[in-house]
Unconditional design. Sequence first.
Length: 170
Amino acid sequence: MRYLELGRFSANQRRTIWTGFILGVGLMGAVDSIIFHQLLQWHHFYYDTTQFWRIFSDGLLQGFTAGMLFFGAMRLWFDRHRISRLFSGSVLWAGLLLGAGAFQLFDGIINHKVLRLHQVREGVENNLPYDIAWNGFALLLLLIGVIVLRGAVPEEHSADTAHVDQNSGT
């Protein structure tokens, strides 16, 4: 991640990027679970088993995404004073986009192709168009996240920032 130049950002901004990343993973996992597993019913998290275990595996995915959203929301709540002092919310948005894209790409490459837990759309002869769209969307999210992050302005290190950092333990 050297090309992202995370070192140019303050500790507060880096923490905010990671908070956004966690929220992005949870958000994209929830979108995947709600839209593709439940509404469209294109696939289950683990397909090659009985219906009971397919639904059970979907529940595990939902539990994971709910946990990530809760963890990200807690970080956002605890860091709300630091985040509100940042010049713009672009580092949070960048982290969110990077987390969503990372989840999507991990799912598309690792879960779909390497582990073969499921395909984007079960029951179709040719998954290639679905795979291209799935992974292409992931790459687009990652690209936009990188662009937003590269355009973010580093926070000035001030005595006030150092004081808040010392009091919060970060």
